[in-house]
Design a protein around this ligand. Structure first.
Ligand SMILES: Nc1nc2c(ncn2[C@@H]2O[C@H](COP(=O)(O)OP(=O)(O)OP(=O)(O)O)[C@@H](O)[C@H]2O)c(=O)[nH]1
Ligand SMILES: [Mg+2]
Length: 190
């Protein structure tokens, strides 16, 4: 490795941030991660344990910790919190376990406050490509999606005692990449 390359690598290291990808099983965490890394998304199995991958942004390097979301694995989530800079909480927009997901998020944010960690939270409303097209009620897809986003913002702001406008909810699709540019921009800005 040349000197310039070493300096470059060191600089990137200094800008390293730790990201936790968490959420219920099947919400799409690994798919979103692979999509961000331009890796195949067609043969993904449920994550047993965790995996770490590196995502290079324009101004920082993210160590992405992708943690399995199955019920039996959730007691271990708390082991991963230390030194986390960002929490990306992934929700399957069509999953009827929304309240289960948001209750877990609330517990995590409370624990974050209790142990005085200060990670930023981003909520992905994932799988928006699966929303039914045109529902015959005069609502178009965007109205339906906006309603879901507002609903999650409302519940989250209430349970986390935050101003709804400061709750960051990003509609995404891990399958076609929708919304992931917005996520990257937010991560670069923060
Ligand atoms: N249509 C659609 N399917 C998705 C999307 N994201 C993930 N999936 C599918 O949802 C299933 C679960 O995806 P995973 O990425 O394994 O979910 P996970 O959150 O990592 O699950 P665990 O590792 O068990 O916690 C897979 O069949 C994916 O193809 C999406 O945005 N749209
Ligand atoms: Mg996974």
């Amino acid at each position: 490795m040349g000197l310039l390359q070493i300096i470059k690598e060191q600089k990137l290291k200094d800008n390293s941030r730790r990201v936790l990808l968490l959420g219920l099983d099947n919400s799409g965490k690994t798919t979103v991660l692979n999509q961000l890394l331009n890796e195949p998304i067609d043969k993904i199995q449920p994550t047993i344990g965790f995996q770490i991958k590196t995502l290079k942004l324009s101004n920082k390097v993210l160590q992405m910790w992708d943690i399995g979301g199955q019920k039996t694995l959730r007691p271990f989530w708390f082991n991963y919190f230390e030194k986390t800079d960002y929490l990306i909480w992934v929700i399957d927009i069509l999953d009827n376990r929304l309240m289960e997901s948001l209750t877990l998020l609330e517990e995590i944010v409370q624990e974050n406050d209790r142990i005085n960690l200060q990670f930023e939270v981003f909520i992905l409303l994932n799988k928006i490509d699966l929303l039914p097209k045109g529902n015959g009620n005069g609502l178009n897809d965007d109205d339906t999606l906006q309603k879901k986003v507002d609903h999650v913002k409302m519940i989250t702001s209430r349970t986390l005692q935050m101003d709804p406008e400061s709750v960051r909810v990003i509609p995404t699709s891990g399958v076609n990449g929708t919304g992931l540019d917005q996520l990257i921009t937010l991560l670069e800005d923060k």
